[in-house]
Every structure is written in structure tokens, then in C-alpha cells.
Design a protein around this ligand. Structure first.
Ligand code: ATR
Length: 258
């Protein structure tokens, strides 16, 4: 079997093994997909040792940026995001890619959500946001407003990208798509949402999935969101694109029924 895995801290609740097993079955490929819980201190040694015999790996929080110095090359996307979620071998050298943003785009496209010319609001300014901005910009969005508890962090992030700015000063602006990217949902909380951010076409999307997405999606519905989605489709999308890096084939995505 092909040895693959996920480096993170923690990783034990990850759905990645099951998702990749499902993809592999589509092609009759045999996988041994391992979950590797490595603390930040352990990461360099554990990774260098493990990857020697592996076909590739995924990388998640908190290692997406710290993995970068351990690799030989990055794709343009990983460079723009300054974060890596997928590692693969090419000609004996290690490459880092980031499929998170394109995974989100795959999911939005499959849901019939258009991005060209649209006004986007992103709530949050952490690692998850860095990973999606370059892909959203590639789709020709008109503007991305970033709102975050720590305003300086939002401003610093926005200054790295074109067509990005910090929200908060504007009092009336309708957004076509509002993306929630803070970790508040894991504490059962939603950020404070303003009615005037929403109009009859506003779509709300939480990068988290399952229970963690519920507080924000409920708050967005109460503000009049037309449709709400959690990030399960993005999780599958980033996995399908990682699988394509490893095996040169893009698997079909069949989301589990709700
Ligand atoms: P990730 O990599 O998942 O994005 P992160 O880098 O720790 O995680 O970022 C967490 C995000 O959630 C940040 O935008 C953080 O806001 P700050 O930059 O102000 O810290 C946001 N966040 C977490 N808890 C929050 C809370 N209780 N209220 C508001 N924002 C919160």
C-alpha cells in the first residue's frame, strides 16, 4: 500500500483517513493513511524520518507554516498562502502545495455559487484565512473585506493581497458571500453579525463543519442569509486535490448525506 498520512496536533478526530480511503477505492489503489500527532518541537525530526518511506502527506494545524522550511520547493499557491497542507515527492525532491483554497472553490462551484465580481466578507484573520484568499482572488472576486477581533492582524493580512481591505468602518455594505473563519464555533459561539451585511442573495459559509459550524450558520440565517453551508465540502475538496497531487487523478466527490 501507499504510505500517506496527516501531521497535526491534535489529529485524532480527523476525517482524512476515511475520505482518502474512499477516493483510493475509486481507483483500486491501496492506502495506509496514518494520523501522526506531533508537537511543534517534534515536527522536524518526526517529519524528516517518516516522509522518507512515504508517498506524501497532508499537514494541518498548527504545522501548515512550520513545515515549509523542511521542504525543497513550494507551488506558487503555497508560496502565496505561506502555508502548506499537502506534501508530495517529485523527482526525489519534496514539494509543498496548498489545496485548501482551491478545495473551497471546488465546493462553491459544485454548489452553483458564482464568485466573479462578488463582494466577500471574511470573519477571522488566522491561518485558515491565508489559505483561501489567493484562490478567491483568482476567481475574480470584486473585493474581500476582512473583519477580525484583533484589527491589526486583519490589516496586516489584508495588506499582503490586492482587492483586500479591513471591514468594520463601513456601516452599510451588502455582501454576496460571508465566510466564517474564526475558531469560535468550537466554543459554541458565533461572531456578532450585523443585519446590514446581508441582503436577499447573501450566502453564508463556515469553514468549520458539523457542530462547530452551527452557531455561525444559525446567526446568519437569523440575519436573513439566503443559503448557509458548513465546510464539509471544502474538506472533501482539499482532499480530492491533494489526492490528485499524489496520484495524478482527481477523484469524484460524494459528500455523505446530512
Ligand atoms: P486558524 O488557523 O484556524 O485560522 P488561528 O490562527 O488561531 O486559527 O485563528 C483563529 C481566529 O479566530 C482568529 O481570527 C481569532 O481572532 P484574533 O486574531 O483576534 O485572535 C479568532 N477568534 C478565536 N476566538 C475568538 C473569540 N472568542 N472572539 C473573536 N475571535 C476569535
Amino acid at each position: 500500500p501507499y504510505q500517506l498520512g496527516l501531521f497535526g496536533h491534535p489529529v485524532k478526530h480527523s476525517q482524512s483517513p476515511g475520505i482518502h480511503q474512499g477516493f483510493a477505492t475509486q481507483y483500486g489503489i491501496e492506502l495506509d493513511y496514518q494520523l501522526i500527532d506531533a508537537s511543534p518541537d517534534e515536527l522536524p525530526t518526526r517529519f524528516k524520518d517518516w516522509i522518507k518511506t512515504a508517498h506524501g502527506c497532508n499537514v494541518t494545524v498548527p504545522h501548515k507554516t512550520d513545515i515549509m522550511p523542511l521542504l525543497d520547493h513550494y507551488t506558487e499557491k503555497a508560496h502565496l498562502c505561506q502555508a502548506v497542507n499537502t506534501v508530495f515527492w517529485q523527482d526525489g525532491e519534496l514539494w509543498g502545495d496548498n489545496t485548501d483554497g482551491d478545495g473551497l472553490i471546488l465546493d462553491l462551484v459544485s454548489k452553483g455559487i458564482e464568485l466573479a465580481g462578488k463582494e466577500i466578507l471574511i470573519i477571522g484573520a488566522g491561518g485558515a484565512v491565508k489559505g483561501i484568499i489567493p484562490s478567491l482572488l483568482e476567481q475574480g472576486v470584486m473585493s474581500i473585506s476582512i473583519k477580525n477581533r484583533n484589527v491589526e492582524k486583519a490589516a496586516a493580512l489584508a495588506s499582503n493581497f490586492k482587492r483586500c481591505s479591513t471591514a468594520g468602518l463601513k456601516t452599510s455594505l451588502d455582501f454576496d458571500l460571508i465566510i466564517h473563519a474564526t475558531s469560535m464555533g468550537h466554543q459554541g459561539l458565533s461572531p456578532d453579525l450585523k443585519d446590514h451585511w446581508f441582503y436577499e442573495k447573501t450566502i453564508a459559509y463556515d469553514l468549520s463543519y458539523g457542530q462547530a459550524a452551527e452557531p455561525f450558520l444559525a446567526a446568519a440565517k437569523a440575519c436573513g442569509a439566503k443559503q448557509t453551508f458548513d465546510g464539509l465540502g471544502m474538506l472533501y475538496g482539499q482532499a480530492a486535490l491533494a489526492f490528485e497531487r499524489w496520484f495524478g487523478k482527481r477523484p469524484e466527490i460524494n459528500l455523505p448525506p446530512k
